[in-house]
Design a protein around this ligand. Structure first.
Ligand code: CP3
Length: 349
């Protein structure tokens, strides 16, 4: 839908359906290990979770990338696994390995998930948001986020990351009714979490469905689209003015169905989606975000320049937010991020 009033924030402008020259730019995982100032703050706390639970520090690392780069949005520093943590599960981040959780194996484990107290355990995130929004200029909105129920469930059931999300897929195939309980609980908790992030100051929301690509179409509809739609419905009922970006990573052509059915205001596109297809099939329906290969940002040079120009030429004429197709990699040279920002903002290498 096109609006006639102009909004100063390029991100909000794009999310309202308007083309911007240059397009707004932010990077998924823009706060993180590729920044020396992040590693410095990180070294002061024992665990990654402690960083997420300490509002002053989480606010500081949220703002760090904005001090270096002319990004058009901040994203609150937290993690999608704050929800399992809030539900009373043990969540750890092991250096060099990734997240580890005590796995939810059956209906009995589901009964042990603690809804009571979840809001208290998430309170530090809301406090982080209050700190950050007090510092941000009006034109730079803060993005709040959560993981989509399917993706969060894959970590909860597996007890960590996995190549193929086999444990969650097997449960969903064998016992869809009990798996539905887990998804329903995540829908409810995540919707409340997003609404509370908006009340604290977030002006845009993103739902990360990082493992959407591991499901065939019927299961994709049931476990990715429907739960996302249910979250969006609840969010819209409470805070109708806040745009929601959905990111169904790896969904391929099913991204079109996702856009038509999930109720999101914009869609994040991963690196594998062809830009012509994004323009013809997705951008006709909603604003699109993406989709530079994070590894190109590591590699730099002419390959990066060529691809950025292709993306801009193909998607820049419509409602578009420049981003990566997945999170920034820790080995990304800072000069390459500076170069990217220059290229997107001025069109000049
Ligand atoms: O800057 C930002 O984008 C905000 C912060 C943010 C983090 N995680 C911080 C983080 C966001 C938006 C996330 C989302 C997230 N977390 C996703 C969805 C996006 C995606 O990448 O697919 C997922 C799947 C997770 C779960 C998660 N958290 C994993 C698999 C890992 C380990 C892998 C890794 O990169 O280390 C994390 C840890 C994590 N989350 C780190 C950061 C900065 C690194 C830990 C550290 O710094 O010690």
């Amino acid at each position: 839908m096109l609006h006639t009033t102009s909004i100063e924030s390029p991100l909000l402008n794009a999310l309202a359906g308007r083309a911007n020259t240059p397009p707004p730019l932010w990077l998924m995982r823009q706060a993180g290990r590729y920044l020396p100032e992040y590693r410095e703050v990180r070294s002061k706390v024992a665990s990654f979770l402690d960083l997420c639970r300490t509002p002053e520090l989480a606010a500081e690392v949220t703002l760090q990338p904005l001090r270096r780069f002319a990004f058009d949005a901040a994203i609150v520093f937290s993690d999608i696994l704050m929800i399992p943590y809030a539900l009373g599960r043990k969540v750890e981040f092991i250096e060099g390995e990734g997240p580890r959780l005590d796995p939810v194996k059956d209906a009995k484990d589901l009964e042990r998930l603690k809804l009571a107290g979840a809001a208290d355990r998430l309170a530090p995130v809301y406090e982080t948001i209050e700190h950050v929004t007090a510092e941000l200029p009006e034109v730079v909105p803060l993005i709040g986020f959560c993981g989509a129920p399917w993706t969060v469930a894959t970590y909860m059931v597996e007890g960590g990351g996995s190549k193929d999300q086999a444990a969650a897929r097997a449960w969903a195939y064998r016992e869809p009714d009990t798996f539905q309980h887990l998804i329903d609980l995540l829908v409810e908790t995540s919707a409340q979490y997003l609404i509370a992030q908006v009340k604290a100051g977030a002006r845009v929301l993103q739902i990360f469905d990082s493992w959407a690509g591991s499901l065939p179409e019927d299961e994709f509809a049931r476990w990715c689209i429907v739960p996302t739609r249910d979250i969006v419905k609840r969010v819209k009922a409470a805070v109708p003015e806040v745009p929601v970006i959905g990111f169904p990573r790896g969904s391929g052509p099913l991204a079109e169905r996702y856009v038509k059915e999930a109720g999101v205001d914009a869609v994040g596109c991963d690196t594998a989606l062809p830009v012509d297809w994004i323009r013809d099939r997705l951008q006709k329906i909603v604003p699109v975000q993406g989709n530079l290969d994070p590894l190109l940002l590591v590699a730099g040079g002419p390959a990066l320049e060529t691809r950025v120009k292709t993306i801009l030429a193909t998607l820049g004429k419509g409602a578009f937010i420049f981003n990566l197709g997945h999170g920034i990699l820790p080995e990304t040279p800072i000069e390459n991020v500076e170069y990217l920002v220059r290229l997107v903002k001025t069109g000049q290498a």
